[in-house]
Design a protein around this ligand. Structure first.
Ligand SMILES: [Zn+2]
Length: 196
């Protein structure tokens, strides 16, 4: 029954898995960390949300996050523009980190999820299932769209006092995408180990 065990991520305490009902959470009795969370997503729903997220990712990357206008002069920027602008500056390392956390990591998460889930839909393990699942775990801390969203929103509010700022399609796509990613690529992805 080795696959029925669950290890606390925070203190390595071992527990037996429990079946949770709606809105329930399982906590570690030693350190009070969260062990399991109820997740009502079926494979089908998760796949549908993944494909939606892929469309939103395209929108977030190819449509301007915001446009600024001042006395008739207009300028707008996409996520990609902002990474390119950073890479031209003196801190190219930051540009690389930004590119990984807001563009590359999410796209890999979505590709891996689509791959694994489309096989899971047929009740099968995809080729390289183990590798894909490991990468999904490894990528999670690198995917930081919500940080980017927060930054973009702060910029919109701060600039709004000085210039005409119009939040673009990209910003809305980014907002929904970052919420969706938390839902579909969160810790409970590992339930797939049991499902297939
Ligand atoms: Zn613990």
């Amino acid at each position: 029954m080795a696959n029925q065990l669950i290890i606390c991520e925070h203190c390595d305490c071992v527990y037996e898995k429990v079946t949770l009902a709606r809105h329930q959470k399982a906590h570690c009795i030693r350190c009070a960390g969260v062990l399991q969370r109820y997740n009502g997503l079926s494979v089908q729903q998760r796949l549908a949300l993944t494909l939606t997220a892929a469309v939103l990712w395209t929108f977030a990357n190819f449509y301007p996050v915001m446009s600024i206008s001042l006395q008739g002069l207009k300028s707008s920027a996409t996520l990609w523009d902002s990474v390119v602008a950073l890479s031209l500056g003196p801190i190219t390392f930051i540009a690389l980190v930004a590119a990984i956390s807001i563009i590359i990591a999410p796209v890999f998460q979505l590709l891996l999820l689509t791959w694994v889930l489309s096989f899971a839909l047929a009740g099968k393990r995809s080729p390289a299932f183990r590798l894909c699942m490991r990468w999904l775990e490894a990528l999670r801390p690198w995917s930081m769209l919500e940080v980017c969203l927060l930054g973009a929103m702060v910029a919109v509010f701060k600039l709004a006092g000085m210039l005409d700022v119009i939040p673009g399609t990209g910003l809305f796509a980014l907002a929904v995408l970052s919420l969706l990613l938390i839902r579909i690529a969160g810790r409970d992805v590992r339930d797939l180990w049991d499902t297939v």
